[in-house]
Design a protein around this ligand. Structure first.
Ligand code: HSE
Length: 333
């Protein structure tokens, strides 16, 4: 077995990583949970046993074989090189700090795990990207994707445990007192609302969240010229992101053939029987490893080369913890 460290162990993603290590039966010899000084010393009850949380230190992290970073980008920027240097452990970083660094592989295991072999620092993609790519990549292999338009419906968990808590608290407040919801975590109150604003606006007036889908999809699929436009929207769901995706393909595409391709794709569950009210939804995608794909239909905006579909994926799982653990699994094999 391996000594595994999780940095940011009390956060939503850190907790999910421990849960997935257990659910997948990853060979853990010893689990080390790291957090800030504030939580150090507390005993955390996890599916892998009761573990005392320690304050993060570079030497302690370096005593691991695999380290999952579930912390912010500034932390990852500073400490990932110190942990990995001189033959240190493999670090799988969930932040955006290293994703676009040309020397750091950005990996969705079902697509480009080869890029991770032999590397010490590996970046986990943004949740919105990895969820979309579970469907986009198999369709690309079959039909060639030229252009891609994405509209997202993103859950509160994208802003971590505080985001989920704010949604629940403010919804409850509204329901029980009639007082209008307020906000600290999100740009506006989230209950009763949708907010077309996630992360900072860029010079081109897309948000950073939207541009991540463009930048990261190009890098992971090895398609530097792929044309992508994304609109990212926060909605009052808890932890599964939904995305409506339109593609223009190189080869003609039909809904039936696309459905066949997606049925054979790893990590995908086709849920597409609209006449019986069966299609992807956050409620059914929550807690599942697979990304649900449905509402698959040809669109004639792009002649016979257009396809529309809808995906839902648990953003803490495929979007973060599951993707990270699958990378580690592939490396220990
Ligand atoms: N940036 C995403 C969101 C979380 O805010 O929904 C991704 O890990």
């Amino acid at each position: 077995g391996y000594t595994v460290g999780v940095v940011g162990a009390t956060g939503a993603v850190g907790e999910e990583i421990v849960s997935v290590l257990s659910r997948r039966g990853f060979p853990v010899k010893q689990l080390k949970l790291f957090s800030s000084a504030r939580s150090a010393g507390k005993v955390k009850n996890t599916p892998l046993g009761d573990i005392t949380i320690q304050e993060f230190s570079v030497p302690e992290a370096r005593s691991c074989d695999y380290v999952f970073l579930a912390v912010d980008g500034d932390f990852a920027k500073e400490y990932a090189p110190q942990i990995t240097q001189d033959n240190g452990p493999v670090v799988i970083d969930n932040s955006s700090a290293w994703r676009m660094d040309p020397d750091v592989p950005l990996v969705v295991p079902e697509i480009n795990i080869a890029a991770a072999k032999g590397k010490k620092l590996i970046a986990n993609p943004n949740c919105t990207t990895s969820i979309a790519l579970m469907a986009l990549y198999p369709l690309h292999k079959e039909f060639g994707v030229k252009k891609c338009i994405v509209s997202t419906y993103q859950a509160a968990s994208g802003a971590g445990a505080p985001g989920m808590q704010e949604l629940l608290d403010e919804t409850k407040k509204y329901v029980t007192t009639g007082e209008l919801p307020s906000n600290k975590v999100f740009a506006h109150p989230l209950p009763l609302n949708v907010i077309p604003h996630i992360d900072k606006f860029q010079d081109n007036m897309y948000t950073k969240e939207e541009m991540k889908v463009t930048w990261e999809s190009r890098k992971i699929m090895g398609l530097p010229d792929l044309r992508v436009s994304c609109t990212s929207v926060r909605i009052p769901t808890l932890r599964a992101h939904s995305e409506s995706i339109t593609i223009e393909t190189e080869k003609p595409v039909s809904a039936d053939r696309a459905r066949e391709v997606l049925r054979a794709a790893p990590g995908v569950k086709v849920v597409d029987d609209p006449l019986n009210n069966q299609y992807p939804m956050p409620l059914t995608a929550t807690g599942a490893f697979d990304v649900e794909v449905g509402r698959i239909r040809a669109n004639d905006v792009f002649g016979d080369c257009g396809l529309d579909f809808f995906v839902c994926g648990d953003q803490l799982l495929r979007g973060a913890a599951l993707n990270a653990v699958l990378i580690a699994e592939a490396l220990v094999k």
